[in-house]
Ligand binder design. Structure first.
Ligand SMILES: Cc1ncc(COP(=O)(O)O)c(C=O)c1O
Length: 439
């Protein structure tokens, strides 16, 4: 009898390499079997501290008991109706979203993934404004559909090989203060990056032909950049963008796919600037991992989009709706907005302390528990090599962390919003040991 325990993880990975498309690349060679809160186990029983939250999806942690219970209850009652009928949970969820969405956003259309919801938002804006063009920002990631790909520029690899992409799209510089796209000094500038928008209107597209400006209110895959964070004036980039859209009748579409549902310490990142988008795009954290996404806008605008102009077979599925209602309930009952804000401040403070010791930490930034740490070489260039090693060192110590940024040189802290102080401290000590290991 063999005494060597079978490495089931590797056996399954080998089988998967034959049958599962490798295109949907995975960050770690783990076959997960179980998750609970901030923890994930593989099929061998190895336990990992998961600070990725399934890329900002498991905002209330893996398998929160209240989400599990709500899903179990729903699955016994009703699984699917498509657009054949409405159902209770759909109406309840849309009413709930109206209560937590910014300002006057009170009506929701649901579908299944972030990219699909981005397409939906642009179709909606084009239909309502009767205008053809869309502006977006360099460094953004909006998804994998062809239209979302055309709006995406976090990395050229996402576009390469898929051209021609849908037209009528212009990209503007994202207000990335740490690496100012127009060569200014953060805190001393006059938001020159904003003037580029008017420049575009003069040279490329008339504002009257622009249906929408699409923006991530904190850049996600592109590097966890908070827009205009180095600008200290009373006026700010996001407010000016809102005013510009009002001036020209352009719809402001905020992509809150990664930043939404409490991730930034408020329900939505838009709340940080007290602005109201015309259309808000949601996905990820909305339903704790059940496929759900959607757009939220004002009722009067939705009145201009007649029944049948857009649709989705699975959108607003009863089980996903039950999971979403339970997840929102948990965020409210467990005060997770407050916890995300407090834990985020603590995390940033601790990493800023580490920054004094490790000169290769260039920038620590982010809202709530959406924190990015940018690694730089001695001359200030992106240090992707060291970043790769850092992720590996964290993995060796059984902690999962993801990278992001155009040059893969930013590491992100994305624990669930209900992460405990003990778990944060454990994660921070693993992170510090890993920093030492790559010094
Ligand atoms: C900001 C943002 N928008 C859109 C998407 C696309 O979402 P999905 O993968 O659900 O299509 C993502 C995914 O990472 C994202 O981060």
């Amino acid at each position: 009898m063999s005494t060597v325990k079978e490495d089931r993880n590797n056996v399954l990975l080998e089988k998967g390499a034959r049958y599962v498309s490798a295109t949907n690349a995975r960050a770690f060679d783990i076959v997960a079997s179980r998750g609970q809160g901030s923890w994930l186990w593989d099929v061998n029983g190895t336990k990992y501290l998961d600070f990725t939250s399934g890329i900002a999806v498991n905002n209330v942690g893996h398998c929160h008991p209240k989400v599990v219970a709500a899903v179990k209850e729903q699955v016994e009652k009703l699984i699917h109706t498509a657009m054949v009928t409405s159902h209770e949970k759909l109406i309840e969820l849309c009413e709930k979203i109206a209560q937590i969405a910014p300002g006057r956003l009170d009506t929701t259309f649901l579908n299944n993934s972030g990219g699909e919801a981005i397409d939906c938002a642009v179709k909606f804006a084009r239909y309502v404004t009767k205008r053809p063009n869309t502006l977006c920002f360099t460094g953004s990631f909006h998804g994998r559909t062809l239209l979302a790909t055309a709006l995406t520029s976090s990395k050229s690899k996402y576009r390469d090989g898929y051209e021609p992409l849908p037209s009528g799209i212009q990209s503007m510089p994202y207000p990335y203060c740490y690496r100012c796209p127009v060569g200014q000094t953060p805190g001393q500038c006059k938001l020159e990056c904003f003037d580029v928008v008017e420049h575009y209107f003069k040279h490329f597209v008339k504002p009257e032909s622009v249906a929408a400006i699409v923006m991530e209110p904190q850049l996600g895959e592109g590097g966890y950049v908070v827009p205009g964070s180095g600008y200290t004036g009373a006026d700010n980039y996001m407010r000016r963008l809102r005013e510009l859209c009002d001036k020209y009748g352009i719809m402001l579409i905020l992509d809150e796919v990664q930043s939404g549902f409490g991730r930034t310490g408020k329900w939505f990142a838009a709340n940080h600037w007290d602005i109201e988008p015309d259309i808000m795009v949601c996905a990820k954290g909305i339903a704790s991992g059940f496929p759900m996404a959607g757009i939220v806008s004002r009722h009067e605008l939705f009145q201009k989009w007649p029944p049948g102009k857009h649709g989705s077979t699975y959108g607003g599925n009863p089980i996903a709706c039950a999971a979403a209602l339970a997840s929102i309930g948990v965020i409210e009952e467990e005060n997770l907005l407050e916890n995300a804000e407090k834990s985020g401040i603590y995390l940033r403070h601790r990493v800023e302390e580490m920054q004094k010791q490790f000169g290769f930490i260039g920038d620590v930034r982010g809202l709530g528990l959406m924190i990015g740490i940018e690694l730089v070489t001695e001359d200030g260039s992106p240090d992707s090599k060291r970043l790769e090693k850092l992720v590996e060192e964290c993995f060796k110590r059984k902690m999962l962390m993801l990278d992001c940024g155009t040059d893969d040189h930013i590491i992100r802290f994305l624990p669930p919003l209900n992460v405990s102080r003990e778990e944060l401290d454990l994660g921070l000590s693993i992170f510090e040991e890993s920093l030492k290991a790559v010094q």
